[in-house]
Design a protein around this ligand. Structure first.
Ligand code: F1X
Length: 321
């Protein structure tokens, strides 16, 4: 079972344009779709699609359309009392795959609201193969929320993965090795935000990415899956480092690609695959998601894992293995 916590879930509204987005202009849109999302929710969705049981903890009312949509999709959703309604995040996609996101802050939470989420997670974590803490934090949550929860989860046992950004990511890194999760999934920009360096350079240089990710491994993190957009992903563990390139992909919407990659990695782990195969599955999931509209999560039949190329990064190419 994969347990996910999405403290700041969102209705993902996707607006598809038939041309380039022009600031200050009126656009007639091709389509508007909406899907209950947020990083942990997307991972639970991917799990259910792949026949892996998953529980999604979200702050929402039991009869909120958000919860009803997830239950309707077969996701075991455990709502805890929310501070307010579920936010709406807007995605604008252009025909060349350019994806622009406008993410709302989410309703302000109190420490009681947060404690309800923590209790819901701690009560189930011992039965989960992986507990995934994912996404931004709602307004009012302290930046240390994930770091504190990882500490408490380590006492419970089971594996913990964290995918977040900005202040909560900085706070988690500052709390290493004490709050070290088993897996972190930064993108190039997130990695650069605490290792220094240029995000674009990291995304185009797998060896540099591996060196940056190695800093987290040295501080107790079990594995780092660094997603690099069109350049695939790098996996670093205590045993080595690998880079995987995606199959040729026509990008439609990048929303949910990182979540799909993270799920692919977890699926590989649950199946007992070796590190390079786990990475290949992650990249197959991420690239399949990028080829689908909005926040659509791929079906296993849409994966082209055999077209993912994996290479080991050696000491000479990156000083990492
Ligand atoms: O605002 P956050 O929590 O950082 O990210 C939220 C979000 O962009 O992440 C998912 C894609 O990864 C979307 O479903 C959702 O809209």
């Amino acid at each position: 079972m994969i347990l996910t916590l999405t403290p700041n879930p969102s209705f993902d509204r996707t607006v598809a344009l038939d041309g380039e987005l022009e600031r200050g202009q009126v656009h007639r849109v091709v389509s508007v779709t909406s899907q209950a999302g947020g990083k942990g929710v997307n991972i639970s969705r991917a799990a259910v699609i792949a026949d892996i049981p998953s529980i999604a903890v979200v702050p929402a009312l039991k009869d909120d359309p958000f919860v009803l949509e997830l239950l309707g999709a077969g996701i075991d959703c455990r709502p805890v009392r929310p501070a307010g309604g579920v936010r709406v995040n807007l995605t604008i996609t252009e025909p060349d795959g350019t994806t622009t996101k406008l993410n709302s802050p989410g309703a302000e939470v109190s420490s009681d609201d947060l404690e309800r989420m923590v209790e819901a997670v701690l009560a189930r974590a011992s039965t989960a193969a992986w507990t995934v803490l994912a996404g931004s934090l709602p307004a009012g949550a302290p930046a240390e929320f994930y770091a504190d929860l990882v500490r408490r989860l380590r006492a419970v046992g089971g594996h913990v993965a964290v995918d977040t950004s900005e202040a909560p990511l900085q706070a988690l890194v500052a709390a290493l090795p004490d709050a070290a999760p088993d897996l972190m999934k930064p993108n190039g920009e997130e990695l650069a935000s605490f290792t220094g360096g240029d995000a674009d350079e990291l995304e185009s240089d797998p060896a540099a990415t591996a060196r940056a990710a190695r800093q987290l491994i040295d501080q107790g993190v079990g594995a780092v899956l660094a997603t690099l957009g069109g350049n695939g992903a790098v996996l670093v563990t205590a045993e080595g480092a690998w880079h995987a390139t995606p199959p040729p992909t026509t990008v439609v919407s990048t929303v949910g690609a990182g979540d799909s990659s993270l799920f692919g990695y977890l699926l590989g782990d649950i199946r007992g695959l070796a590190a390079p195969e786990r990475l290949a599955l992650a990249v197959a999931y991420g690239s399949a998601a990028a080829g689908l509209p909005g926040t659509t999560i791929p079906q296993p039949s849409q994966l082209r894992t055999e077209l993912v190329g994996v290479t080991a990064l050696t000491a000479s190419s990156g000083g990492t293995a």
